[in-house]
Design a binder for this molecule. Structure first.
Ligand SMILES: [Zn+2]
Length: 368
């Protein structure tokens, strides 16, 4: 890799100095315009040369086994690794389920399976870098009370991965540095390599792009729909972020999902809800924690010790979405062992503070 870049660099330096040298040679006040034009060409050629090198670097980390392995090892060293059996076995199980779910909508995952680890970090964070190299902080397992929500966050990361967001983000930042004149061929290929590596390791950058974020959220729902996890979990996590950022400004959240301002988490939650409504064939909607069926109020679930009423409402919504999506609405709602069912789909298991299961089932039959 370096050898290849070295050779390329020498050639490009010669080409560049030929043009810039020409400019100096021409440098008299009488031909200022020509001089400027040559300089612009020089800058352009320089930029193209660096771009070319950078593209090779990105390809190396993003696509080659050697590059991906290098990134994986560097991530592990940088973040620290949590080797605990509990978190690692849970992550393995979630990755297996999600990988199967992703494969149902995006076969390319089979060409580049994810490389992942549990990072020894208690903050609620996860990230997917280039080459499908991913880490999940143990803080995610500590902060989220359900496996569905953990899967939703990891699904979001895989959404970034499948959409190649990390490479696009690195490319964008390198372009900015080239335009600003911070990177040029004269720096040499080693310096360029470390510049790209440094940006590549700044894995959280993909989370800063609002368009990327929403795209990854919506993909997460697609993936969850193809597993047994609750597809409402992505919206539920967003609701949790809204509550966390209102309750404790940025506490423990910092960079993940960019939840520093809660209007942004609200916007993303609502985008998820909109997608869920669509997946239900427009039968299920949600507003201010109230779940409605066919535009009529269905219920507002009670809060539990680990979840607010609003957060839980997205789980109820997710179950209804799956029921409608799988055409279970043609069957009656029933109560089985304390759980309200619609066909074969569990909808809600009432807890203290909820209405009783039969009342909910009766209403569901009236509304569906
Ligand atoms: Zn993200």
């Amino acid at each position: 890799m370096l050898k290849f870049l070295g050779a390329k660099k020498k050639f490009l330096s010669l080409a560049t100095s030929a043009i810039l040298g020409g400019a100096i040679w021409l440098g008299t006040p009488a031909i200022t315009e020509a001089n400027a034009a040559v300089n612009i060409i020089g800058i352009f050629v320089q930029g193209a040369a660096i771009k070319n090198q950078v593209n090779q670097e990105i390809k190396y980390f993003n696509e080659t086994n050697e590059g991906r392995q290098k990134l994986y090892q560097t991530f592990r060293k940088e973040r620290g690794v949590d080797e605990s059996y509990e978190y690692n076995s849970r992550l393995d199980a979630i990755m297996t389920n999600l990988t199967n779910g992703v494969a149902k909508v995006d076969k390319t995952i089979n060409d580049r399976p994810y490389m992942y680890f549990v990072a020894a970090d208690d903050t609620l964070n996860a990230a997917c870098g280039m080459g499908h190299v991913m880490f999940v902080n143990r803080g995610l397992f500590k902060s989220l009370s359900t496996e569905d929500e953990i899967a939703a966050v990891i699904g979001h990361e895989m959404g970034h991965g499948q959409s190649n967001h990390a490479a696009k983000s690195v490319d964008k930042q390198i372009n900015k540095q080239i335009t600003a004149g911070l990177l040029n061929v004269a720096l040499g290929s080693d310096v360029l390599t470390s510049a790209v590596t440094a940006i590549a390791l700044n894995h959280t950058d993909a989370h800063k792009d609002k368009k990327f974020e929403t795209q990854a959220d919506l993909l997460s729902i697609d993936y969850l729909m193809n597993t047994t996890y609750n597809p409402g979990a992505t919206a539920a996590v967003m609701q949790k972020f809204v509550e966390m950022s209102i309750g404790a400004e940025r506490s423990g959240l910092d960079v993940l999902f960019n939840p520093s301002d809660h209007p942004d988490s609200e916007r993303r939650r609502d985008a998820c809800a909109k997608k869920l409504t669509k997946l239900s064939g427009n039968h299920v909607t949600i507003k201010d924690g109230v779940v409605s069926i066919n535009k009529k109020t269905f219920l507002t679930p009670a809060a539990t010790s680990s979840m607010s009423s609003a957060e839980r409402s997205y789980f109820v919504m997710g179950n209804l979405v799956r029921a409608y999506h799988n055409k279970q609405d043609k069957y009656d709602a029933t109560v089985e062992n304390g759980t309200v069912m619609l066909g074969n789909q569990a909808i809600i298991t009432p807890v203290a503070g909820d209405e009783d299961a039969q009342t909910i089932a009766d209403r569901l039959n009236a509304l569906k």
